[in-house]
Write a protein that binds this ligand. Structure first.
Ligand code: UDX
Ligand code: UDX
Length: 487
C-alpha cells in the first residue's frame, strides 16, 4: 500500500535544491531519517566534511542546520540503491539543464537524469513508494516517470506483487542566498498529485512532512499538471518583471528619467507591488532562462506560436540588457577596451551565493574579451576555478546568447592570459581603467572609494550594473559613474 505516513526519505541529487531542502526537512522532522544521495563522490564528501565552511553550497544559515541534523537523522551518501530501497518517499532533485543536443536543442529541458533516476527506482524498489519530482520539469513529466516506474521489471522469483508507485510534483520555490529562510518560512508549499486513492494517500504523507513546520493553510494541493505548470509560470512571471523594468531602463537612459524612481513609483501601487522591480545588468541563475525556454518549447510543441513568442521575448530582452551593458563600457572607453584593465566586482549571479550559473558577469566578460580587455575579477565567494570554467563553457555553448554570430570562440589559453582572479578587491581595482559592478554584494558599498579612486587610472569610470553604489558620493570623489537606467 502507498504509505500515508513516512519515517524514511531519500533524495537523489545533493545540489543547490536537494541539499538545503533535505537539510531543513531533517532539521524540522527529527523522527524522519533523511538520506541525500548523489553520484558525485566529491560532492558527498564535501557535505560530510567536518569543516562546515566546505559545504558544497554556500547559503547563509545552512551550516547551522547541517550541524544540527547531520548524523542524527540527516545522512549524505553515494549509495543510491540502498537509499532507494529503504525509503518510503524518494525525492528526485537532479539537474534538468537545457538540452545542448538533438531535438529541442537550446530550448527543451534535458530529462535524461530524471529518467535515469526513475529507471533506477524501478529496478531497485521492492515495496510501494512515493516518488516526488523536486526538479523543475516540463508539464506532464510525471506521466513519463510513471510510465517508467510502472514498467518496472517483473520479479519472477518473488511471490509478492510488483511494487506500486505514486508520483507527486512538489516544486521548490526557494531562492538562492535566502534558501534557508525561504525553506523555514515559505509563502506556500505546492504539492500536486493524482486524484485516485493512492494519489491522495501520497499527498497526505507529504503534507504531513511539511506540516511539522509550515502552517497548513500555506500547503496547497493541486492536480499534478497544475503543480508542474505553476513552477514554470512562477519563474516566467518573476523574470518577466525584471525584463519589463530592464526594457524601461533603456528608455530612461535616453530620456533622463531614473529607473529606480520609476520602479518605486509604480511599485507603491499595491496591485503591482514593490518586489522584483530592480533593474540590473540582467537576471541570471539556473532557473529563469531555462524555465522560460522550456515553457516556450512547450508552447511551440502544442502549436501556440504567439504564446511562445510572447515568453521568448523575456529572454531576448535579458540578452539585450547584458549586451547593452558591455557595449556601454566599450563605447564609453573611447570605443575600445583592448589592453585596458577592467575590474569586475562580483561574479555570482546574485549576492550571498557562490552560484554562477547563467550569471550576467560571464556574458559581459566574454563580450569584453572579444575586444581583448584585461579583466580582473573579485568575488567574495566564487573560486578562480569556477570563473575559468564558466568562461570556457560559454565558448562551447554560445547558442542562446545575443548576437552569437558576431562572436569568435576564445581559446582557453587566451582567456587565462586576459583574465586574473583576485582574493583582495583592492588588488583587482588597482590601476584599472574602469570598474564594472556585476553582483550586488553588500561589502562593495563599504569600500574605501577614495582609496580606490586614487589607485585607478583617470578618468576613473564606474559602471554600476546593480545600481548599488552611492552615486553622489562617487561623483564628488571624481568618478565618472554610469548606472543602469540612469539618464
Ligand atoms: C535544481 C533542480 O533540480 C532543477 O530542476 C532546477 O531547475 C534547478 O535547481 P540544482 O539542485 O540546482 O538543480 O542542481 P545541481 O546543483 O546541479 O544538483 C544536481 C545534483 O544531482 C548534482 O550534484 C548531480 O551530481 C546529481 N545527480 C545528477 C545525480 O546524483 N544523479 C544523476 O543521475 C544526475
Ligand atoms: C528563482 C526564483 O526566485 C525561485 O522562486 C525559484 O525557485 C528559482 O529561481 P533564484 O534564481 O535563486 O530564484 O534567484 P532570484 O532572487 O529569483 O534572482 C534571479 C536573478 O534575477 C538574479 O540574477 C537576480 O540578481 C535578478 N534580479 C532579481 C534582478 O535583476 N532584479 C530583481 O528585481 C530581482
Amino acid at each position: 500500500m502507498i504509505p500515508s505516513k513516512v519515517t524514511n526519505i531519500a533524495c537523489i541529487g545533493a545540489g543547490y535544491v536537494g541539499g538545503p531542502t533535505m537539510a531543513v526537512i531533517a532539521q524540522k522532522c527529527p523522527h524522519i531519517k533523511v538520506t541525500v544521495v548523489d553520484i558525485n563522490e566529491q560532492r558527498i564528501a564535501d557535505w560530510n566534511d567536518t569543516d562546515l565552511d566546505k559545504l558544497p553550497v554556500y547559503e547563509p544559515g545552512l551550516d547551522q542546520v547541517v550541524a544540527e541534523a547531520r548524523d542524527r537523522n540527516l545522512f549524505f551518501s553515494t549509495d543510491v540503491e540502498n537509499a532507494i530501497r529503504e525509503a518510503q518517499m524518494i525525492f528526485i532533485s537532479v539537474n534538468t539543464p537545457t538540452k545542448t543536443y538533438g531535438v529541442g536543442k537550446g530550448m527543451a529541458a534535458d530529462l535524461k537524469y530524471v529518467e535515469l533516476c526513475a529507471r533506477q527506482i524501478a529496478e531497485v524498489a521492492t515495496e510501494d513508494k512515493i516518488v516526488v519530482e523536486k526538479s523543475t520539469l516540463p508539464v506532464r513529466t510525471a506521466q513519463s516517470i510513471r510510465t517508467i516506474l510502472d514498467a518496472s521489471p517483473a520479479r519472477p522469483l518473488s511471490s509478492s506483487p510488483a511494487p506500486r508507485f505514486s508520483v507527486l510534483s512538489n516544486p521548490e520555490f526557494l531562492a538562492e542566498g535566502t534558501a534557508v529562510k525561504d525553506l523555514h518560512n515559505p509563502d506556500r508549499v505546492l504539492i500536486g498529485g493524482d486524484e485516485d486513492e493512492d494519489g491522495q494517500r501520497a499527498m497526505n504523507a507529504l503534507v504531513e512532512v511539511y506540516a511539522n513546520w509550515v502552517p497548513r493553510e500555506r500547503i496547497l494541493t493541486t492536480r499534478i499538471w497544475s503543480s508542474e505548470l505553476s513552477k514554470l509560470t512562477a519563474n516566467a512571471f518573476l523574470a518577466q518583471r525584471i525584463s519589463s523594468i530592464n526594457a524601461l531602463s533603456a528608455l530612461c537612459e535616453q530620456t533622463g528619467a531614473d529607473v529606480d524612481e520609476v520602479a518605486h513609483a509604480i511599485g507603491t501601487d499595491s496591485r503591482i507591488g514593490p518586489k522584483f522591480l530592480k533593474s540590473s545588468v540582467g537576471f541570471g541563475g539556473s532557473c529563469f532562462q531555462k524555465d522560460i525556454l522550456n515553457l516556450v518549447y512547450l508552447c511551440r510543441h502544442f502549436n501556440l506560436p504567439e504564446v511562445a513568442d510572447y515568453w521568448e521575448q523575456v529572454v531576448k530582452l535579458n540578452d539585450y540588457q547584458k549586451h547593452r551593458f558591455a557595449k556601454q563600457i566599450i563605447d564609453t572607453l573611447f570605443n575600445t577596451v583592448s589592453g585596458k584593465k577592467i575590474a569586475f566586482l562580483g561574479w555570482a549571479f546574485k549576492k550571498d551565493t557562490n552560484d554562477t550559473r547563467e550569471s550576467a558577469a560571464i556574458y559581459v566578460a566574454d563580450e569584453l574579451l572579444q575586444d581583448r580587455a584585461e579583466i580582473h575579477v573579485y568575488d567574495p565567494k566564487v573560486t578562480e576555478e569556477r570563473i575559468f570554467a564558466d568562461l570556457e563553457y560559454l565558448q562551447q555553448h554560445r547558442s542562446n546568447s545575443c548576437n552569437s554570430s558576431e562572436f569568435v570562440q576564445l581559446d582557453p589559453a587566451l582567456i587565462r592570459n586576459l583574465v586574473t582572479v583576485h582574493n583582495d578587491p583592492y588588488e583587482a581595482l588597482k590601476d584599472s581603467h574602469a570598474i564594472a559592478v556585476l553582483t550586488e554584494w553588500d561589502e562593495f558599498r563599504a569600500y574605501d572609494w577614495q582609496k580606490i579612486y586614487d589607485a585607478m587610472r583617470k578618468p576613473a569610470f564606474v559602471f554600476d550594473g546593480r545600481n548599488i553604489l552611492n552615486r553622489e558620493e562617487l561623483k564628488r570623489i571624481g568618478f565618472e559613474i554610469k548606472g543602469i537606467g540612469k539618464g
